[in-house]
Design a protein around this ligand. Structure first.
Ligand SMILES: Cc1ncc(COP(=O)(O)O)c(C=O)c1O
Length: 384
């Protein structure tokens, strides 16, 4: 095979692999319930769709400036200033899909051998991107006993002379945990004292039930070290539009922009106009979060009744991350649940070593599916 070591070493996205197996079983005639999906089951708000349509009709079907259309960069900066109390301006903003933003940040910062501190359990793509940049993943622990907040002592211990980047994700996929102001103060000290760069993935910012989202950008002295990543996929049910952004110190932007210029050129033009409209949306987000909250409460209560499962109530996101108590690896567990009960869940080990003996359930699906899915899970666990 002609492929580079970097690509051969990359693991395919396990979350996507499971979705594929589930759809194969479905085609064979089984009624598969997928609790593995990482996107809202809602459609993009219709006025957002219309804004994109109008922009296309008006001829906005071309390349845009690589950093994004000026009015969107301005509006994103305004959102962060007003809602998040982060003191930035349009020149700090680059419009790009959120996943691309993380990829650009990691590949622009990491030299071979540099250490990147990533959460464990944490989102599946972080370690693969770090490997791609030939960096070294150093996992720090999220503490299940503290609702999956960062184990700050563990994090302190993991910092070394080779540490280059600290990556945080709050609210967190897969745990649904959020970082507090106190946590962020410690993180600030670690980043500033060690001159790290902080990447803060805030993509689940809006899907929050308890507590509040605080961006580390609120600390004036941390901002010069921070790259914030956010987007519209989860907050506005816009996964297919491939639209998000990063916020970085202005002197970082020309370096980061080079990677964008030589890869995707710019974010999709019509999606940028859709995003402009999305930033005005309040009501549809509220409705979606109200529905997610209803489902979260249901899923949490029902899972709590199942013997051999221990579950933390997620404060945010549309995921729960229960621990199970019998001795098979989570990959095997997920396969058995899928093959015996036709319910797709994501094995915890996909999210790192500390994710083992857990599985992730997404409640971004209908109440009807959740009721049926959990009934089947109850049968599965009670038959062991
Ligand atoms: C934690 C996290 N960060 C980033 C992303 C990427 O978002 P997008 O699809 O908008 O690129 C995802 C998507 O699943 C995610 O879960």
């Amino acid at each position: 095979m002609p492929f580079s070591e970097r690509v051969k070493g990359m693991r395919p996205s396990s979350t996507l692999a499971l979705v594929e197996l589930a759809s194969k079983l479905q085609q064979e005639g089984h009624k598969v319930i997928s609790l593995a999906v990482g996107e809202p089951d809602f459609t993009t708000p219709s006025n957002v769709i219309e804004a994109a349509y109008r922009a296309m009709k008006d001829g906005e079907t071309h390349y845009t400036p690589p950093l994004g259309i000026p009015e969107l960069r301005e509006k994103i900066a305004q959102k962060y200033r007003e809602e998040n109390k982060v003191n930035i301006s349009a020149e700090n903003v680059m419009v790009t899909p959120a996943k691309m933003a993380i990829f650009i940040a990691i590949t622009s910062l990491v030299n071979p051998g540099d250490e990147v501190l990533i959460p464990d359990p944490g989102w599946v793509s972080y370690p693969e991107m770090v490997n791609f940049a030939q960096g070294k993943n150093v996992e720090y622990k999220l503490d299940e006993e503290k609702n999956f907040r960062i184990d700050l002592e563990d994090l302190q211990e993991k910092v070394s002379r080779k540490s280059k980047v600290l990556l945080i994700n709050s609210p967190s996929n897969p745990t649904g945990g959020i970082l507090t102001y106190e946590d962020l103060k410690v993180i600030r000290d670690i980043v500033v004292d060690n001159r790290l760069t902080l990447i803060s993935d805030e993509i689940y910012e809006k899907i929050i039930y308890e507590g509040e989202h605080i961006s580390p950008g609120v600390f004036e002295d941390l901002l010069p070290y921070t790259i914030i990543v956010n987007g519209f996929s989860k907050s506005h049910a816009m996964t297919g539009w491939r639209i998000g952004y990063l916020i970085a110190p202005s002197e970082f932007i020309p370096q980061l922009a080079k990677v964008q210029q030589h890869t995707i050129s710019c974010a999709p033009s019509m999606a940028q106009y859709a995003a402009l409209k999305a930033l005005e949306e309040k009501e549809s987000i509220k409705k979606m979060v109200t529905e997610f909250r209803r489902r979260r409460d249901f899923v949490y209560e029902e899972l709590s009744k199942i013997d051999r499962i221990r579950v933390n109530k997620p404060k945010a996101t549309f995921y729960v991350f229960p621990r199970y108590e019998f001795p098979i690896p989570s990959k095997e567990l997920a396969e058995r649940i899928l093959k015996e009960k036709f319910v797709a869940v994501t094995p915890g080990s996909s999210f790192g070593k500390n994710g083992e003996m857990h599985f992730r359930i997404s409640f971004a699906t209908s109440m009807e599916n959740l009721q049926e899915g959990i009934k089947r899970l109850r049968e599965f666990f009670s038959s062991r």
